[in-house]
Design a protein around this ligand. Structure first.
Ligand code: NI
Length: 135
């Protein structure tokens, strides 16, 4: 019997979407306001889910306090109040789109989640725009 447990979190970060090898016009055409040179912020909301068997002894799939601490240590401390383009090594050569941020978060958390459990990351860049990555 598999059950999915989830923890919500949030962080604020600045970014700019652009490709160095494109002109400013082309960047604006593809990325719109998100390509403005001086960066801008988003309030990101995050839902991290772990799916697996219920442990017979504890009744937990995973202790959500442990998941909360993992998110704080590996996601919030790495991304919160950062400029993703300039302050976070993973985005040195990777456009910090919601898609890529979700994959980076998943990769940061995966080593700390029991291998037999499934990990899913849902990242909201705005209340209406969100992406899902589950490996
Ligand atoms: Ni943006």
């Amino acid at each position: 019997m598999k059950v999915k447990v989830s923890r919500k979190a949030s962080f604020n970060a600045a970014h700019r979407l652009f490709r160095k090898d494109w002109t400013q016009e082309k960047n604006h055409e593809v990325f719109g306001k998100c390509s403005y040179p001086n960066y801008h912020g988003h309030n990101y909301d995050l839902i991290v889910s772990v799916e697996g068997e219920i442990d017979e002894e504890t009744g937990f799939v995973m202790d959500l306090k442990v998941l909360k601490d993992l998110i704080r240590e590996h996601v919030e401390e790495a991304l919160d109040h950062k400029n993703l383009n300039t302050d976070v090594p993973e985005f040195k050569n990777l456009n910090p789109t919601a898609e890529n941020i979700a994959v980076v978060i998943w990769n940061k958390l995966r080593p700390h989640i029991k291998q037999t459990n499934k990990l899913e990351v849902v990242l909201y860049e705005t209340p209406r725009n969100f992406v899902t990555y589950s490996g």
